[in-house]
Design a protein around this ligand. Structure first.
Ligand SMILES: Cc1ncc(COP(=O)(O)O)c(C=O)c1O
Length: 398
């Protein structure tokens, strides 16, 4: 009997899933989706063995801070596990607006809106404001959530070379002066560890009337006074229109935020699909983020420790002759240049009890295949020594 149109299509999609080369390779080498059996701070249990976590985004090491854990627990007892609804309708609570007010004040902005994921916050920071016919100037190395935001906006995209004010100027030279323009950059690029050249980039953006969106997922908590982020690091608060970021990194929770002027945030609340049609963040998520924000302002030792660890770690990698792509931050890549070098290096580190993440082309530019590592304030001196031994071993194994 002939297959119906729908059955044939379903089978074609099943075959696509079954025959996918990238999935087959992932399953064969199994570098991703490791389910850790237990965790205590920067130590995770993997296949029954204690392993040092060297690739989390827990920069300030607050995910096991007693005050953060207690805040999450207390919020769940008071408010339940979920508001089970979108902010627009039944899901808005006082703890949401309180966190938004605190984040806005900390960032020196009039207003803020939080979402259930950093991905949504950053995506909607682009998609809510740019429209068909507008031109988005995007650094070539921005995160996937920003590319998705650009795609959804239907605006025309013009890419400029990573962190290059000269190329931004050249690209803008070919864009009509009349068009509505947006520049999209990150504060800290986590794959490279680079800090955005914000003074030059924002100066050019301003000259050309570009609305500026900055994703500071990896700068927040790490740079600036008390961790206020990349914009504060450069003292450029009035030059950036929208700052978005994640609460799953330095804030040791999950969720994301968009901070800007009141009129910009109210526009987002009216027009952003990700805001209108997605459930609000849970009571415990919000409470953990708020407790971490408080700790950032009252316990400076975490930020100090983060940078002391970062300096020590980078010096160790340098002494081994490893290429860290001129990283300036606690996100430190180890560039090895090919997947044939990356895989044994990653495996050797794991053998020695250090967990890292591989990034290979096309996720990174060809020739930049690397191991992603990130330092936390929670790494102890003893762990840093073990990491140094593992790195020396991995260099020999390559
Ligand atoms: C630059 C950047 N923006 C946004 C996100 C998304 O944040 P979240 O993981 O909280 O959804 C990430 C996370 O990897 C990121 O690195």
């Amino acid at each position: 009997m002939a297959l119906s149109f729908f059955t044939r299509n379903k089978k074609a999609l099943q075959a696509r899933c079954r025959d996918d080369y990238a999935t087959k390779m992932r399953l064969k080498y199994a570098p991703y989706y490791h389910a850790m059996e237990a965790q205590k701070g920067t130590t995770v249990k993997l296949d029954g063995k204690d392993t040092i976590m060297l690739s989390s985004n827990d920069y300030l090491g607050l995910s096991f801070h007693p005050k953060v854990i207690e805040a999450g627990r207390a919020a769940m007892l008071k408010w339940g596990t979920s508001t089970t609804g979108a902010r627009t309708s039944n899901g808005s609570r006082r703890f949401h607006t309180e966190l938004e007010e605190k984040l806005a004040t900390f960032l020196g902005r009039e207003a803020c809106h939080i979402h259930v994921a950093g991905y949504l916050s950053c995506l909607s920071s682009v998609a809510s404001f740019a429209q068909k016919g507008d031109v988005v100037l995007a650094d070539k190395n921005i995160h996937s959530c920003l590319w998705d935001g650009i795609r959804l906006s239907m605006a025309t995209v013009e890419r400029f070379s990573h962190n290059s004010p000269d190329d931004l100027r050249a690209v803008l030279g070919a864009v009509s002066a009349d068009s509505t323009k947006m520049m999209v950059v990150e504060g800290v690029y986590s794959m490279e560890g680079h800090i955005a050249r914000l003074p030059e980039l924002t100066e050019i953006a301003e000259e050309h009337g570009c609305f500026t969106v900055l994703d500071d997922a990896h700068g927040f908590g790490v740079l600036g006074r008390q961790g206020r982020g990349t914009v504060d690091h450069f003292g450029l608060n009035d030059k950036v229109d929208v700052v978005c970021g994640s609460m799953s990194k330095s804030l040791a929770s999950t969720g994301g935020f968009v901070a800007a002027s009141s009129e910009i945030i109210e526009y987002l609340r009216t027009h952003s699909k990700q805001t209108i049609f997605s459930a609000a963040i849970s009571p415990s998520q919000a409470a953990c983020a708020q407790a971490s924000l408080e700790i950032m302002q009252t316990e400076p030792e975490h930020l100090e420790r983060l940078w002391a660890n970062t300096r020590k770690y980078r010096a160790m990698l340098k002494s081994l002759g490893l290429d860290t792509w001129e990283s300036e931050t606690p996100a430190v890549p180890i560039v090895l240049g090919s997947k044939e070098r990356v895989y044994p290096f990653w495996k050797a580190l794991l053998e020695k009890g250090v967990f890292t993440v591989m990034s290979i082309a096309p996720a990174v530019p060809a020739g930049k295949d690397l191991i992603r590592t990130a330092i936390s304030a929670m790494h102890s001196d003893e762990q840093l020594e073990k990491i140094a031994e593992a790195m020396a071993y991995a260099v020999k194994k390559m």
